[in-house]
Every structure is written in structure tokens, then in C-alpha cells.
Write a protein that binds this ligand. Structure first.
Ligand SMILES: [Zn+2]
Length: 164
């Protein structure tokens, strides 16, 4: 937080490679805990900076939030938090658009079932996304949505350094 206050940017999320588990990338700092704090403080520029950092990290490493991370996001952040929107849209995209063995291995149906049973808010958000999906259309990958402001909370007309 101090780095952001003094420099206006956040430290990299690239962690120590030795901290990777089973090929999954482990961030150098906890974006969910950080977002929880700045969401409570309603520090909008910081909230948006965390989301940008997180999404850009997922883009550059070709990764998604893990099931564990999605559970944590729903545990720690309140209804309406934009980080929850990113998590539920990611889950919707993965289960709708990916059928590879690799995805099935990392997102097994039995564990998804347990996750949805444990997080009724997530199940509801997923149901709403499914109902809102245009029939016959592909689900869009949330990390590739342009502008990234989809996951920011600043005003529509506010300037944004991350607007693409
Ligand atoms: Zn923005």
C-alpha cells in the first residue's frame, strides 16, 4: 500500500518461481486481502489499480483465478464487489468454453460442485450470467474484455490510465 501511495503504482505480482505449485502461478502479494482493505476504505483509484494489476497478470501468464482463489474472493469480499464479478465471469467462461483434459483436471466437476454448494452467492451469480448469455453466442473471456474498466469502479467519464 505504501508503494502505491508514494509511487502511484503497485509492485509486480510475479512471485518467486519456487513458490509455484503444480505449475500454478502464485502471486507475490495477496490481491484479495488488498482489495478487501481498499474496498472497505472505498479508495477507488487503489481498487482499480489492484484489478488492473490482477487482470494484466492473468493475461501475461495465460492463467485464470484458481477455484481456490474464486472461493476466497467470495469468502472475503461483499456482494457487489467488482472482484466477485471478475471471478464469477471467469468461472462462467471456463465451464462454458473449455473442455480440454487440462481444464477438466484443474477444474474437476466434483470440486466445482463443492465450491458452488459452499458459496451460494457464487452459484446465484453464475446462474444469472448463464441466463443473461445470448443463446448461441460464445462466452467472452473476462480478462480479455476491453476496456479493462469493465472491472473498475471509477465513474464512466472519469479519466483512467488503464483505458485501452
Ligand atoms: Zn478504468
Amino acid at each position: 500500500m505504501f508503494e502505491w501511495v508514494y509511487t502511484g503504482s503497485l509492485p509486480t505480482l510475479d512471485g518467486n518461481p519456487e513458490r509455484s505449485v503444480g505449475g500454478s502461478h502464485i502471486s507475490a502479494w495477496d490481491t484479495v486481502a488488498t482489495y478487501k482493505l481498499v474496498n472497505k476504505l472505498r479508495c477507488i483509484p487503489f481498487m482499480d489499480a489492484v484489478m488492473s494489476k490482477c487482470i494484466k497478470n492473468h493475461r501475461s501468464h495465460s492463467t485464470f483465478p484458481s477455484m481456490k482463489a474464486i472461493g476466497k474472493i467470495y469468502d472475503q469480499l461483499p456482494q457487489g464487489a467488482i472482484y466477485r464479478k471478475y471471478a464469477s465471469m471467469t468461472l462462467h467462461y471456463v465451464i462454458s468454453e473449455h473442455r480440454s483434459n487440462e481444464v477438466m483436471k484443474h477444474w474437476p466437476t466434483s470440486e466445482l460442485h463443492e465450491l458452488l454448494l459452499a458459496k451460494p452467492d457464487l452459484a446465484l451469480d453464475l446462474l444469472k450470467l448463464s441466463r443473461d448469455q445470448e443463446p448461441g453466442q460464445h462466452v467472452k473471456n473476462p480478462k480479455k474484455l476491453i476496456p479493462i474498466c469493465t472491472f473498475h469502479v471509477h465513474g464512466v467519464d472519469d479519466p483512467c490510465k488503464d483505458r485501452e
